[in-house]
Design a protein around this ligand. Structure first.
Ligand code: TRP
Ligand code: SF4
Length: 326
């Protein structure tokens, strides 16, 4: 069973990535043959006007993967743009993909509306799911772990795969989505944790910095004074940190203390912050070990690219033959 997933390189990763994606990847790599890659061409679909940061973002992201324990000895870690066969398959799939399928893609329509500061009326952006399909099926991956926001793309991938097989014979297995649970990880301002909101706690933040951010994080806004009662159900700090890190006893203590104004928000936060710091500590330590060798990321990506190429090239021979190109 082969598992594949990719991430667009956005630079250093934060707790939202950890709980939403990396925890799943860590588990999967112990059970399956995994391919995890940096989707740098996908980053270009939105950042084509200013691509300078992409290479550094790949490096930072891969450093974080390695720091949390994604293991290059058992998992193939690579960079999309180093495997040119993805682009070849993208061209071939583009021949058979109806425009209407791409135009009705809900993620496409949503992003056109949201990212208004960028002109996304490009061929590349419309074809985003075609490239994503090539990424997946070129390795004949059967399982693709993604968050719910990516589910429409995966549905399209299955449709494109079926259409290919219909025209040219049964070359590809239909990829199945593994919908990964994405726990609610909120940033310091109470919105979803995101680098672009400037509200994130990064895996590489020094402990003092992470602690400072958590102590400054928004709580139940109705609780203005220490003597006001609060409601953990309306508190972003509680919903993120106590929900993810605290044991039942601490949770009970918080619920009671908050509702009765028996504890202050600082006491409440200090009861869980050490748990978060304990998670981050070994990650940071591993990262500084890795950073001591500036060539290590390149070396791991090169190794991964060798294995990925072998698999992709094998598939492309079948594809070219099936389409009468070879
Ligand atoms: N579109 C995915 C994201 O933004 C990244 C991605 C690219 C991907 N190719 C993929 C994910 C193939 C899974 C499989 O998160
Ligand atoms: Fe949130 Fe805790 Fe303050 Fe209640 S006491 S508002 S749960 S931080």
């Amino acid at each position: 069973m082969r598992v594949l997933s990719g991430m667009r390189p956005t630079g250093r990763l934060h707790l939202g990535h950890y709980h939403g994606v990396l925890v799943n990847w860590l588990k999967l790599q112990t059970e399956y043959e995994c391919f995890f890659f940096a989707a740098d061409w996908h980053a270009l679909t939105t950042d084509y006007a200013d691509p300078k940061g992409i290479k550094e973002n790949v490096r930072e992201m891969v450093l974080d993967w390695l720091s949390v324990g994604i293991d290059p000895k058992r998992t193939i870690i690579f960079r999309q743009s180093q495997i040119k066969e993805h682009a070849e398959l993208h061209v071939l799939l583009s021949m058979i993909t109806p425009l209407s399928w791409l135009e009705r893609n809900p993620t496409y329509k949503e992003q056109l509306g949201e990212l208004r500061e960028k002109d996304l009326h490009t061929f590349g952006f419309l074809g985003y799911p075609v490239l994503q399909t090539a990424d997946i099926i070129i390795y004949k991956a059967q399982k693709v772990p993604v968050g719910v926001d990516q589910a429409p793309h995966l549905e399209l991938s299955r449709e494109i795969t079926r259409r290919f097989n219909h025209f040219y014979g049964q070359v590809f297995p239909e990829p199945q989505t593994i919908l990964t649970e994405t726990p609610k990880v909120l940033g310091t301002d109470g919105r979803k944790m995101s680098k672009s909101y400037n509200n994130a706690i990064f895996l590489s933040d020094p402990p003092q910095e992470a602690e400072k951010k958590m102590l400054a994080m928004m709580t139940d806004t109705a609780r203005k004074r220490r003597t006001d009662a609060g409601n953990p159900g309306l508190c972003p700090f509680y919903q993120t940190y106590h929900a993810l890190y605290s044991d039942a006893k601490t949770v009970a203590w918080v619920k009671e203390g908050c509702a009765a104004a028996g504890i202050g928000c600082t006491d409440c936060k200090k009861a869980v912050i050490p748990k978060v710091l304990a998670l981050l500590e070994p990650i940071r330590k591993k990262r500084s070990e890795l950073e001591a060798d500036p060539a290590i990321v390149e070396a791991i990506l090169k190794d991964g690219a060798r294995c990925a190429f072998e698999a992709a090239n094998k598939t492309m021979r079948e594809v070219r033959a099936a389409m009468g190109l070879e």
